[in-house]
Design a protein around this ligand. Structure first.
Ligand code: SF4
Length: 238
């Protein structure tokens, strides 16, 4: 099966099962999403949502963030990972957004990456979620799940994975695919121990296929392949 065919089957499954395709971060405007995504690096969305409730009340826009001290920002975000660095980034981000960008979150990925704390992944999230651009943000979940499923092959870094994914995912599905793959990685295809017995994608998954070939005991005489994935309806190869 080619990567393109495999990708089509995977996306069809997500689409037909109406799986959620949106970020779990809470925000009400582009500025808030930008701040939330910066805070979410190496941190859970749940923790970020707790922190941003009071953070956004105190700093509702770039101007208020720009005029605050790093120490004050730190006080609001101390429970996320790397709070020192992130407080400095948010301070710089507020200053640049307010001082150089007219308080407007740019839609261009290169422009976004000029902001402190904003790397390519964060820039792609903003371009995709806020501006509906076909940009694939590759985080740890997207990188891992895409490799396991076989949507990417031999990608050595997020940039290579992004290029491979963009080559096989239709433009109009890129934004939704990003969320589908993240959520699949967060709740089913876990990093340390993927829950293959609960996954409906086993029939097209490279990782599962290889593991099954190595360990024939995955399916026993009493436990047929379909029973292994019985919690959600498995997809069929066409
Ligand atoms: S079959 Fe297992 S490894 Fe493959 S995508 Fe599903 S959970 Fe991940």
């Amino acid at each position: 099966m080619t990567r393109k065919e495999r990708t089509r089957l995977v996306l069809e499954y997500f689409e037909q099962n109406s799986l959620p395709a949106e970020t779990e971060l809470e925000y009400s405007n582009p500025f808030e999403l930008l701040v939330a995504v910066v805070l979410s690096a190496q941190c859970t969305d749940k923790r970020v949502n707790i922190v941003t409730r009071s953070l956004f009340k105190r700093f509702p826009d770039a101007e208020s963030l720009a005029s605050a001290s790093v120490e004050e920002i730190f006080g609001y975000i101390r429970s996320v990972s790397y709070p020192n660095n992130k407080a400095k980034h948010l301070s710089g981000l507020g200053k640049m957004l307010f001082g150089e960008m007219n308080n407007i979150v740019p839609s261009d990925v290169e422009q976004l990456q000029r902001l402190p704390g904003v790397g390519r992944k964060t820039a792609n999230v903003i371009a995709s979620v806020v501006f509906d651009k076909p940009a694939m943000a590759v985080d740890t979940h997207v990188f891992r799940v895409s490799a396991r499923l076989g949507l990417t092959r031999g990608a050595k870094n997020p940039r290579q994975a992004e290029e491979q994914l963009m080559a096989v995912i239709p433009e109009d599905k890129v934004a939704r695919a990003h969320h589908w793959i993240i959520l699949h990685g967060r709740y089913i295809c876990l990093a340390r121990k993927p829950l293959c017995e609960r996954c409906a994608l086993t029939s097209v998954c490279n990782y599962f296929g290889k593991a099954s070939r190595k360990k024939p005991s995955v399916t026993t005489a009493k436990q047929k392949p379909k029973e292994v994935v019985s919690k959600s309806k498995p997809i069929k190869k066409s």
